[in-house]
Structures are given as C-alpha cells and as structure tokens.
Design a protein around this ligand. Structure first.
Ligand code: SAM
Length: 405
C-alpha cells in the first residue's frame, strides 16, 4: 500500500511544479531533486520527494483509480447536510482540503532531555526513567524499516539532547536524505538557528515544535528554562528559513485561563503552521503536575472542530495523546467503534495522523505521559488499522499541496 499517489509533472515554473493526478492539479516545490515535464513523481507536504518510473507509476495509478473516486464519494456522502459543530467542521475540511490525509511516521531517537518542563515525563529530573539514545546506524535502520513499510514523510523527535550536536544531526539528516526519498521533519526543541540552517541545507524540510501555550505567565511556569517570546521567535525564524512548521499547544494545562484555547488556535495559525498539532495534557506521576487532571475527549473534539472552522485550509493532526485519552476512556458512554478517538477526531475536522516507527524496545521509554497509545503496537498492524479507518471514512492517505509560506 502506498501512502501517496504518483502525479505527472505538467509544468515547471522556477522552483514550483504543477502536478496532475486523476484530473486534479496541485503545486509542489522542486528543490529536493531535478525534475522535468512528463516525469511521474511523489510529493509530500508540498515538496516533490521522489521520481517514479513511468511503468510503475501507471500500474499504481491503475490500482488506485477506482478506489480514489470511491473514497471521494464516501467522504462526500459523510459530509452532506451538516447539522452540528463537528459535522460543520468536517464539511469545511472536505470542501477546502478534500479527502487527503497525511500519514507521517515518527521516530523517537532519544529520551534524554536537558529541560525540566513541569508536565513532561522525560524531564531531566525524572531519575526513575531508563534513558536511551539511538546511534546513527540504528536511526538509519529504523528509517529503512519505515521506508520499507511505505512512509514518505518522517519526523525525527527527541528530548532536547545536546549529545546530538549540529554535526551529528547534520550527518543524520544528510545520510537519510541521501538514502531515502522521504520528506524529513525534525522535532528537537530549541537549538540555535544555525543548527536549523545546517539541517535545512542537509535536506530537512519540516520542523515540529509546539509553543505549548500562548499564555506567557503559564509558559514560564511550566517551561522554566525558556520564555514564550524566545520560543515564538525561534519558530518564526525557522519558518523564514523555508521550513514547513508543525506547531500547536497542550489542551488543559493546569493554570490555563478561559480563552487560552482560542488564543492558542489563533497563535498556531498566525505562525503559518502547515500542520496544527495540539493534544491533551496527560499527567505523569514523576512530574510536579502529577496530581492535575486531563481534559476530556469532548473538549478535544471541540478544539479540533473550532480550529477547523477557523482554519479551513489547515492540516490538523490526530495526536497520540488524544488517542491515549480515548484508549483509557472508561466512561459507560464510550462508543465501542470510536477507535481511540481517532475516528471522531477525523469526523470533527482533523486530517492527519502520525504512526510511531520507533523500534518497539525503546517506545515505552519515550515516556512523556503514561500509557501512550501505540507503545506496544506493531507498526504494520498500526498501519493496517489506520488504512482501514481512513478507507471507512472515505479518506485517501495522500498529500500534495503547496504550503502558504
Ligand atoms: N524536545 C522537543 C520539543 O521540545 O519540542 C520535542 C519533544 S517534546 C517531549 C514533544 C511534545 O510532547 C511537547 O511539545 C509536549 O507538548 C508533549 N508532551 C510532553 N509532556 C506531555 C504530557 N504530560 N501530556 C501531553 N503531552 C505532553
């Protein structure tokens, strides 16, 4: 199963190509490799990432054709005649973003962190956590596995771990880009801008970095090592370098004020986010916030729906934290077909999903909050579940669009 449909290049103008597939035309940047009119290509996140042999492309397109239109039909039926908040948000998603859904892989390569964020289980002062780091060959092996499984977009995430200095990170990104046709995101926290510049030059094209909360006082309380101002400046500077930005916030942080969630959504949009990533705060026993509560699933679905209504063009992620809340929801009203909340999130306006591709022996140790969804789920099984879920909702796991940068 491919997570992208090959398109045919119709036109190239400066660094942008017009690509056609099944009659639809979309634009994507061409700066990761040479391309000519008539080539078949894969694109992710608005970047062309790989040429495909014409014979192979035609075979894939033949396989996809019937399914492609069938999925669109299902999606349209499910968004007909919207009545409530969720249905309206889903209809807006359908109208502006179609039925495509990003399916990115996430590789957590280190759980060391120099910070002491009050909410986070991998904070420096959690001495009970077994720490791990993947060395470069292990990272490449994990990426190789992910690529074999079909991923075309990967996020490399870690705590803020200075062991991976700029040279090491650059080697990792360059090696991956030299070997694999993937759109690469990094999620490594607050590093100097020059490091981000070097990683861009090595071939990374996206950064996942949340601002966590738009409330400056709350930010300083829960992230004592940094300020909101510095984090936001970094996000803006990173975007200026040309990166796609995935950013967002925690919902239900203890101390959150009325109106913060709305301000968080607005701030995410104002940062030019390619993808919105916001998840529920989940308390971890080894943190100062261990006794606080989590928001409930309804709050999460409402936040997704509001974010969608306010940002028709956004990609909105179903986060693992939301799926964790869903997995652990024991309320008698729990809908047995809710799929850990992913189905309802997708029906409330979300249109992106991440699948954990970290080697299984390390996943449990990336313990940012307890009982994370997917820590013991075989990646291929998880992929199958996601594909099944997406197909039942008429969504196609494709991704081809130009960001608004
Ligand atoms: N070091 C990078 C950074 O600072 O952006 C990435 C790693 S950090 C652990 C990834 C995300 O985990 C954070 O942005 C935060 O929102 C989320 N996170 C941490 N602790 C959490 C908790 N208790 N509940 C929900 N999400 C949490």
């Amino acid at each position: 199963m491919c997570y992208a449909i090959p398109g045919k290049v119709l036109e190239i103008s400066e660094r942008t190509a017009t690509v056609e597939y099944f009659g639809e035309r979309k634009k994507a940047y061409t700066d990761l490799f040479d391309v000519t009119v008539g080539d078949y290509v894969y694109a992710q996140g608005g970047f062309l990432i790989q040429k495909v042999e014409p014979k192979e492309a035609r075979e894939i397109l033949t396989d996809w054709r019937e399914l492609f239109f069938r999925l669109q039909e299902t999606d349209k039926k499910l968004t007909d005649n919207p009545q409530n908040l969720y249905e309206r948000a889903n209809a807006i998603r359908q109208k502006h973003q179609g039925n495509s859904c990003c399916v990115h892989g996430i590789l957590e390569f280190s759980n060391y962190c120099r910070n002491n964020c009050l909410y986070c289980g991998i904070r420096k002062d959690n001495k009970s956590l077994t720490r791990y780091r993947l060395e470069i060959p292990e990272i490449l092996k994990a990426v190789d596995n992910a690529v074999q499984l079909g991923f075309k977009a990967l996020v490399l995430q870690s705590g803020e771990d200075p062991y991976y200095d700029a040279d090491k990170l650059e080697t990792i990104v360059r090696e991956i880009r030299n070997r694999y046709p993937v759109l690469l995101f990094v999620s490594i926290g607050e590093r100097d801008l020059n490091t981000y510049k070097r990683l861009y030059e090595a071939g990374a094209r996206g950064v996942l970095i949340r601002f966590e909360t738009s409330n400056p006082e709350l930010y300083t309380k829960v992230k004592p090592e940094s300020t909101l101002e510095a984090r936001l400046k970094l996000i803006k500077d990173i975007r200026e370098l040309g990166y796609l930005i995935v950013t967002g916030f925690l919902v239900g942080l203890p101390g959150e004020k009325k109106g913060d969630v709305l301000r968080n959504i607005k701030l995410t949009a104002s940062l030019g986010a390619e993808m919105f990533s916001f998840g529920p705060f989940i308390p971890h026993s080894q943190t100062p916030l261990k006794d606080a509560g989590s928001p409930n699933l309804t709050q999460m679905f409402k936040t997704i729906a509001r974010a969608r209504l306010m940002n028709p063009e956004a990609k909105i992620l179903v986060t693992t934290a939301l799926e964790t809340l869903g997995k652990n929801d024991t309320s008698p009203l729990r809908d047995p077909v809710r799929d850990n909340g992913a189905r309802q999130a997708l029906l409330a306006g979300a249109n992106s999903i991440m699948i954990n591709v970290t080697p299984l022996q390390y996943r449990k140790l990336y313990d940012i909050y307890p009982e994370r969804f997917g820590v013991d789920l075989d990646t291929q099984k998880h992929i199958n579940q996601v594909i099944q879920l997406l197909q039942s909702l008429g969504r196609a796991p494709t991704d081809l669009s130009v960001s608004n940068s």
